[in-house]
Design a protein around this ligand. Structure first.
Ligand SMILES: *[C@@H]1O[C@H](CO)[C@@H](O)[C@H](O)[C@H]1NC(C)=O
Ligand SMILES: *[C@@H]1O[C@H](CO)[C@@H](O)[C@H](O)[C@H]1NC(C)=O
Ligand SMILES: *[C@@H]1O[C@H](CO)[C@@H](O)[C@H](O)[C@H]1NC(C)=O
Length: 437
């Protein structure tokens, strides 16, 4: 007993320091997990989790109730085990959407009655088609203090019907996201599985203080445009400890599209992404290509990729304008990769003919270090813009194996390189790396 008491005393002296070190490397401080004072269940609103009954009305009623009968400390909406088929619904402030173990919130496949919403001002139109776009399956607009969590229940978009209609060119509006958070703050998403999104999976846009952790995002390798998480014109976003396997970029930081993004002028900044594992035929970590509001102060740390098209892809285009600066990417492993690193200035289409060909993006201050790649086909390319080169591009300790005779390709770029294998392009010099990186 005495020994135990002593152990507890010793631990209580030692732990605070240990915990402090721990919190420094997690998103925990940004949006705390809250205990809600009130708990209601979707079953209380006539919901039936049999996989057949349509529960759209039950979700709308439950959320209307949370919105209009405000309880101090907020309300938890409990989704028990079962398959809860529903159309799209909106979240409200001060709520927790809690998916119990075995709970599946499943989207209907009622494509032709799916609601529409306005295009985002920073895109000027839907991403795929002009005009309005399909509402996201779960939407938040202009709210705060929202938690989506539980015991790893599933939000299933049943995207296949959307992917097929899109491939058959039968859609007239941009496909829905699985979860879109718009103009919102203090959002925590954790311990949830996102499955088969019709389009991008998780899209925080015009948001601040967003934490996404311990999530699993799954969509088939050949599903079109099923990006994992796309922080867009948002600040203070932290994504960590997650597994993402989709048909498009695992994480892509964005900030609006050409002339619309430039005039809306809303940057993405203060973005942290760490301890992710994933696979995709497209990019592991990406910035862009829509970066017209600017992207800065991004920290990417400890990413583990396998079977990826491009490991790290920073992409923009003439007409985008904006900037990409102060980006640090550290501790990346990749196994079986088409191209390890690509920084490009010619990626992505324009929203319409009114883009400004003189809106030249600025790319400055990108550090990529401690990269270990196996079975890499091509080391990479860094191709800036004539008369507007990419500057301060620094590569440190980048070791890529399996590239054969394939070389780095660089144009219109300056910066430094140290400890890079295969030999870096001559525009990146070791003297610059030592003095200025
Ligand atoms: C959900 O929010 C959208 C706007 O974001 C609105 O048009 C729609 O009416 C809302 N739906 C419900 C059921 O409240
Ligand atoms: C849920 O999934 C996460 C991430 O895979 C895992 O760390 C966690 O232990 C799981 N939680 C439960 C309750 O199963
Ligand atoms: C660069 O970004 C990091 C986050 O990755 C941030 O801590 C730092 O303050 C930024 N530097 C400048 C000069 O803004």
């Amino acid at each position: 007993m005495q020994a135990l008491a002593l152990l507890v005393a010793v631990l209580s002296v030692l732990l605070p320091q240990g915990l402090a070190a721990e919190t420094a490397t997690t998103c925990a401080g940004i949006v705390p997990m809250r205990r809600r004072r009130e708990v209601i269940s979707i079953s209380d609103f006539g919901g039936v989790g049999d996989g057949k009954t349509l529960n759209t009305w039950a979700f709308h009623k439950a959320i209307y109730r949370i919105q209009h009968v405000r309880r101090r400390g907020g309300t938890l909406l409990y989704i028990p085990a079962g398959i809860w088929l529903t159309g799209s619904f909106n979240l409200t402030s001060h709520m927790t959407l809690y998916l119990a173990r075995g709970a599946v919130i499943k989207a209907t496949q009622d494509v032709w009655n799916w609601p529409l919403v306005d295009p985002l001002p920073s895109y000027g139109r839907g991403r795929e088609f002009p005009g309005s776009r399909y509402a996201s399956f779960i939407q938040a607009n202009g709210i705060r203090d929202v938690i989506i969590t539980g015991e790893n229940g599933t939000i299933d978009g049943q995207g296949e019907i959307w992917w097929n209609l899109w491939k058959q060119k039968r859609l007239l509006h941009t496909r829905p996201h699985l979860l879109e958070l718009m103009n919102s703050r203090d959002i925590l998403v954790s311990n949830v599985v996102f499955l088969n999104s019709p389009f991008w999976n998780i899209h925080p846009v015009y948001c601040s203080n967003v934490v996404i952790k311990l999530v699993t995002v799954l969509a088939p390798y050949d599903s079109p445009n099923t990006d994992g998480v796309d922080p867009d014109s948002s600040s203070n976003v932290c994504i960590e400890d997650s597994f993402i396997s989709t048909g498009d970029d695992l994480v892509a930081v964005k900030s609006g599209w050409d002339e619309y993004g430039i005039s809306y002028g809303r940057p993405s900044y203060g973005i942290t992404i760490r301890r992710l594992t994933g696979t995709t035929p497209f990019s592991g970590f990406a910035i862009g290509s829509e970066t017209s509001g600017g992207v800065e102060n991004v920290l990417v740390d400890n990413i583990n990729l396998y079977n990826v098209g491009t490991g790290i892809h920073i992409k923009t285009n003439i007409g985008r304008g904006g900037y990409i600066r102060n980006i640090t990417i550290n501790d990346i492993t990749m196994n079986t990769v088409g191209k390890a690193i690509q920084i490009a200035s010619d990626v992505g289409e324009h929203p319409d003919e009114n883009f400004n060909p003189n809106a030249i993006p600025m790319v400055d201050g990108i550090t990529i270090k401690n990269v270990w790649g196996m079975e890499v086909e091509q080391p990479g390319s860094i191709e800036g813009i004539k008369n507007s080169p990419f500057t301060n591009i620094c590569l440190f300790n980048v070791k890529l194996w399996g590239v054969g005779a394939s070389l780095w390709k660089c144009t219109d770029v300056s910066g430094g390189a140290l400890g890079v294998n295969p030999w870096p392009c001559p525009q990146l010099t070791s003297s610059y790396a030592t003095s200025s990186c």
